[in-house]
Design a protein. Structure first.
Length: 265
């Protein structure tokens, strides 16, 4: 399975028990094969503005939403390759663009005001995002243990299981190790099905047999809710943000972007 930097697909999420996960892996073994990363620790830095507008809006489940993160496969070193990723979701379809570069270069680029540090169209899209959302900075580290598979007949269909989903708001670096607070209770995993066209019938059968149902779940969203619960602060949704948090002009600017993106996509 080849590495990709551009994705367009549907993503369906399910919370499964350990026994359900084991049954799915066992019953799909004739169709699925471990991908190039196999079992790995995935580390992510999620970027947001001081008011957490991006995740607050995402929790409202709008027709269009977007996020910026940096991802490494394994705990990174300064010379390790990481991915700067721009992820958008419009009307149920997920669009992901990413660029790979050394960790130290990614952190320098995202920590500076300079634009044009990344190549090509994807770099221009990330530059535009950074310019549009003023005050972007790393806000949360999230890591998890992932087991990833792809369909040997159609490698656009992928299945991933994420366990030990951890979050923290200090030591915001991909080089500081994977530790933090748990998002899910012990004995549970997040299963994601990444679908290019249609889900294979054999997978539909497995889900039906074990009564596994799709749910709405965001790692960053759930971690943000846990963070605000611990701090005793209310979780504001995008359209109910305090007036001092986002100005009228910013509302109109963002709404125009959403309308434009929806028309293009």
């Amino acid at each position: 399975m080849k590495s990709q930097n551009i994705f367009e697909r549907y993503e369906m999420k399910y919370i499964v028990t350990d026994s359900q996960r084991d049954a799915i892996v066992r019953e799909t073994a004739s169709h699925l094969k471990g991908d190039q990363y196999g079992q790995s620790t995935i580390c992510n830095l999620y970027y947001d503005v001081p008011s957490y507008t991006l995740i607050r809006r995402s929790l409202e489940k709008p027709a269009y939403k977007e996020k910026l993160r940096v991802r490494s496969y394994g705990v990174a070193q300064p010379d390790s390759s990481v991915f700067v990723e721009l992820k958008k979701k419009a009307y149920g379809i997920v669009y992901k663009r990413r660029v790979s570069l050394p960790e130290r270069e990614a952190m320098f680029y995202l920590g500076s005001d300079a634009m044009g540090g990344l190549p090509g169209q994807i770099g221009r899209e990330i530059d535009y995002f950074r310019g549009f959302y003023e005050g972007l900075a790393p806000k949360m580290f999230i890591s998890y243990e992932r087991e990833a598979f792809y369909d040997t007949d159609d490698d656009s269909f992928r299945v991933t299981f994420d366990r030990h989903i951890l979050w923290r708001t200090d030591d915001l670096s991909l080089t500081k190790g994977a530790y933090g607070r748990e998002v899910l209770s012990a004995g549970y995993s997040l299963m994601e099905l990444k679908v290019g066209a249609a889900m294979p019938l054999w997978m539909v059968s497995v889900l039906s047999r074990h009564r596994i149902y799709q749910t709405s779940f965001s790692k960053y969203g759930k971690a943000y809710q846990d963070m605000t619960a611990l701090s005793g602060q209310p979780v504001y949704c995008y359209h109910t943000l305090p007036r001092k948090d986002i100005s009228t002009g910013q509302y109109e600017k963002r709404r125009a972007l959403v309308n434009h993106a929806a028309a293009v996509l």
